[in-house]
Design a protein around this ligand. Sequence first.
Ligand SMILES: [Zn+2]
Length: 278
Amino acid sequence: MSKRKIVIIFVLIVPLFIIFALLNITQLDARIHTEQGNQSISEEIDNGDNSPVEEEPSDQEEPDGEEDLAEDPPDQSNSENKGSGQSLNDDADMLILVNKETSLAPDYTPDDLTVPNVRFSFEGPDPKQNMRQVAAAALEELFAGAEEAGFYLFAVSGYRSYSRQETVYTGHVERLGETEANKISAKPGHSEHQTGLAIDITSESASFSLSQKFGETREGKWVAKNAHRYGFIIRYQKGKEDLTGYSYEPWHLRYVGKEAAHEIFEKDLTLEAYLENR
Ligand SMILES: [Zn+2]
């Protein structure tokens, strides 16, 4: 290669390098200045962003600059983002956990809802009469069992859609304020009634109401002692308020299947504790 060619190449390429280097420095500088947190430059680069700067780092909009990205628990967004609630696609999943931390997707509707052939405390038809098939069949057996023992139960409220729960919860908040409302009512997506596996029941002796009084009636006592034989548990027990997040609800039954219900009853567990140790 002649000297002249080398000079020409040199003259053309060196300025390009200089321009490129300047661009890089300017853009990196801009990124450092827009950082809201206290990340150092080396962390910035260690986060895998040391490639050319055409893309903005995705964490730049993090409102909390103190957040330690490396230690972000992976399940946090799962429980707090109501948009990513669970859907029950598996028909066999009767042990689905729905509580204050774990929610159902807003659009989750069981696809096998049916009205159990039992007495209701009101004249139907009403969507809240529905339950999932397996739970509806078990409820019919429970009511029949109670009747054999001489007790007449009445169903009050089964399946409840996300939007219906929204209305119910908002009503409670308006009446009681948020703190009190949260003790007795679930936020939308957080109600077991949306699973189609829960049912509220009552008796004439409890004035057909959903109140703790039901637990004191002979009907309520029979239910507390026998529901597990039909696959149901009293979901919100007295003395377990800290674990379930709810006040005692002797009227709220949750279908979990006979095996789980038996163990939960025998060991005096919450559903949360049962699932944790399974
Ligand atoms: Zn209930």
